[in-house]
Design a protein around this ligand. Structure first.
Ligand code: GLA
Length: 375
């Protein structure tokens, strides 16, 4: 009898453990979710914040103003969750003119166009000059400053944003229909898939401008983050960051990130800090890993995969401690870095650079992933 009772109890204990194990381990059955909440009003238009959560509990929040990523919450090596992007707590923060493109979508042409001028099919176009006599990030009111239409395609892991930029918008030709799909994958990647069509030939170069600090606020700067960029060359620029057309080798220069190097190691030798386009070692438009960033303090690793030929690595050189961000945090110089996947700056005026002109009947596509893990 005693033996039978013992066996019964053992069986019950085993069953209990199995069930319990199921509960703690089985994240695979947890469904990804998207929730939404109001994030202020612009004019008469409500702005909404969408939060994507995957089965691992990773969360990405995006507002439909500028298609802006407002937070990316990932675990550190001790499984403690933290927000790895800079931003603001409220819409007012994002609307202020000092907002340095925190987390937003950038277009129609990310990066600079020299003197805001280009010639297409014999016609010269003039864009607004918003950066030392040049055009930066699509002009005075680029895709970062408009409200996108949001919808949730099936599956609850993606947010689709669409926007039509009318013919002549910021001086660019053609009605440009843009679609961006943000997906939070099961393996902790934020994927951004861009596509666009036009009814007149026009330059296009879409990107995202997240400012990353993988320590999630523990480190005031990213100078100790270790970075790799799979690129043998970069586009040399003049003092106003306009490409000269030369593609110098990174070898034996502070621009060499072909093996892991702390951002701060040689930054002093780069006037102003890093703010350059690297010519990625890749052919064609397959999605490939092109860069990594690792924060030794938190153990967070971010891998960047893209279909694009270039990467603007920018080390927050213009942050100066005057902006008050989330949780009233002060963002000092080099508080974060950006890895903006892109075509090269001033593409429309540099015939030797990869083509940036989209024609009617063609479809522009571009995919980038920021993938998070720990080591
Ligand atoms: C880009 C540019 C920088 C700077 C930031 C925004 O990364 O290359 O020079 O303008 O955007 O502050």
């Amino acid at each position: 009898m005693k033996k039978q009772l013992f066996l019964l109890l053992t069986a019950c204990a085993a069953l209990f453990t199995a069930c319990n194990d199921d509960k703690t381990k089985d994240t695979t059955n947890m469904k990804p979710t998207i929730t939404e909440k109001p994030f202020g009003v612009l004019g008469n238009e409500p702005v909404t914040q969408y939060t994507l959560t995957n089965a691992n509990g990773m969360q990405v929040s995006i507002i439909n103003y500028g298609g802006t990523v407002t937070s990316i919450i990932t675990p550190d090596k001790d499984k403690k969750m933290g927000d790895v992007v800079l931003g603001f707590d409220s819409l007012a923060g994002y609307l202020q003119k000092e907002n340095p493109y925190f987390g937003c979508l950038v277009g129609r042409y990310g990066n600079r166009i020299a003197k805001g001028k280009f010639t297409l099919d014999g016609k010269t176009y003039q864009l607004p000059l918003n950066n030392n006599g040049n055009t930066l990030h699509g002009g005075l009111k680029g895709l970062d400053k408009v409200i996108w239409q949001a919808s949730k395609p099936a599956g609850d892991s993606s947010l689709q944003l669409t926007y039509t930029s009318p013919d002549g918008d910021q001086g660019f030709p053609g009605n440009l229909k843009v679609e961006v799909v943000y997906t939070l994958t099961a393996d902790n990647a934020l994927q951004i898939a861009y596509s666009a069509t036009t009814d007149k030939a026009t330059p296009i170069n879409l990107t995202n401008h997240c400012y990353f600090n993988l320590s999630a606020g523990k480190e005031g700067t990213i100078l100790n983050h270790e970075v790799t960029i799979n690129a043998a060359k970069y586009t040399a620029v003049d003092t106003l960051l306009i490409p000269t057309g030369l593609l110098p080798d990174v070898k034996n220069t502070p621009m060499d990130f072909t093996s892991a190097k702390a951002i701060g190691k040689e930054i002093a030798a780069v006037p102003g800090g890093y703010d350059h386009n690297w010519v990625l070692n890749k052919n064609g438009t397959t999605l490939e890993k092109v860069a990594t960033a690792y924060d030794p303090t938190s153990g967070r690793l971010m891998e960047v995969l893209t279909t694009e030929p270039g990467l603007q690595f920018y080390t927050g050189n213009f942050l100066d401690g005057t902006l008050h961000g989330k949780d009233n945090r002060v963002y000092a110089k080099h508080a974060a870095f950006c890895m903006e996947t892109q075509h090269f700056p001033d593409g429309p005026n540099q015939p030797a650079f990869p083509n940036t002109i989209l024609k009617p009947g063609e479809k522009y596509t571009s995919v980038t992933q920021y993938k998070f893990s720990v080591k």
